[in-house]
Design a protein around this ligand. Sequence first.
Ligand SMILES: O=C(O)CCC(=O)C(=O)O
Length: 199
Amino acid sequence: MTQLNLFPELITPLPVTYYPNFLNIQEANELYQHCLDLRWQQNQIKMLGKIMPVPRLECIYGDEGCNYLYSNSVLLEPLPWTEKLAQIRDKITALTGHNFRIVIGNQYRDGQDSIGWHADKEPSMGVDPAIASVSLGGVRKFQIKPIGGSATDYWLEHGSLLLMLPGCQSTHIHQVPKTNKFVSPRVNLTFRPYVDNTV
Ligand SMILES: O=C(O)CCC(=O)C(=O)O
């Protein structure tokens, strides 16, 4: 039976595509092990005039010189691609048609590690970037909402890919909230474009 939608403006699709089985279990396990050996660090961020530790570990790999500055405060300078990260980057490009120059890793050691509501609008990614986010390890809640709207929850599974489509960062914000429940450690890899704004 076809359902008549009397309020089409209320059902705007979210600007994301979720691929729960992007990697099979063996590929996901191998990538997770590889990621645990990456060069992680806890950076310091300046917020409301205070300097505080970022509530998660971070790393960055990518093309030489594709430095990433976020929140006007944290500068990430990429190490060269590892073979495995480059393979995953190429697999995402083959699936989605989008190209990426850097990958930023987030490691959530427990439920108190998190990332608050934000959009990824750094000029170094150019206008309307596609951002591809691979999840490994423990499942965490990822929330996304239109600016001023209400949130949709995704439970990002081991080996999944969430593609935030071009335009998403202009209209929506997202977060991985803290939780007091027990959660296993999780690694997230966000593959991002880079444009050289200086030429
Ligand atoms: O960990 C995630 O799934 C999201 C990470 C994120 O929002 C970011 O790196 O900007």
